[in-house]
Design a protein around this ligand. Sequence first.
Ligand SMILES: C[S@@+](CC[C@H](N)C(=O)[O-])C[C@H]1O[C@@H](n2cnc3c(N)ncnc32)[C@H](O)[C@@H]1O
Length: 228
Amino acid sequence: MSQKLNAKNHIYRHEVYLPAEEMILAEFVRPPMKVLDIGCAATGRSARLLREFGCDVHSIEINEAAIAEFARRDDSHDIFLTTADMSQLPYADDSFDIVLIAFHGMDYMHSTEIRQRAFREFSRVLRPSGRLIFNAFNRLGLVLTPQGLFSPAYLKVRLKHILSGSFLKATFTDVNNLELRQAIPQSIIREVKETAGLDLVYATNQSGSSRNLLLLSLMASAPYYVFG
Ligand SMILES: C[S@@+](CC[C@H](N)C(=O)[O-])C[C@H]1O[C@@H](n2cnc3c(N)ncnc32)[C@H](O)[C@@H]1O
């Protein structure tokens, strides 16, 4: 049995942007907003996108090897990089206009206690008009999504997810052998309200084609949420 991966022993190197991310940033980000990018990984994909939008970008990452790789790759040195855990943020209250946890970084937070501590931290460091933006795997959407319907590789992953009964559990193992949380949108929205005191202001699927919460709940594999 191969070793299960987690944030500390897996270096994430995704490069492709989702249409939803560009749409959300275009709608909610105005330069020179001060933005906290959580989990920048080795590519700094989301940090670099925020920089393109003219933001003052501060990135944290729990994996020291990943953040060191990004520091080596990024020779512009205009993104502030800090090794830190999202459930214990090294920033003062009311520091940021946006907190972004891009590309399902929230799903690394399996423990309810630690995840809720992170939500309270986001609320603490956000300014009163600030926005919390993240996406997260949707337990039901992962089964029913039409995404990749004609891709044999994606169908294989979906079939495994269904046959193994993974969709019934609170976590599942992704293609990289990472254990990730999955939750229905309604429970995510409730948890953010109860812990961070923030309301949902916008939700979309990854392609940006739907903003209907009922449809997203049924069919979006990993909706993006904006809270404020
Ligand atoms: C899926 S990657 C997203 C990377 C990047 N933000 C992007 O958009 O491509 C999530 C990152 O979050 C980091 N991470 C996981 N748990 C964390 C925590 N508690 N605090 C800070 N970073 C964490 C992981 O190491 C990983 O690099």
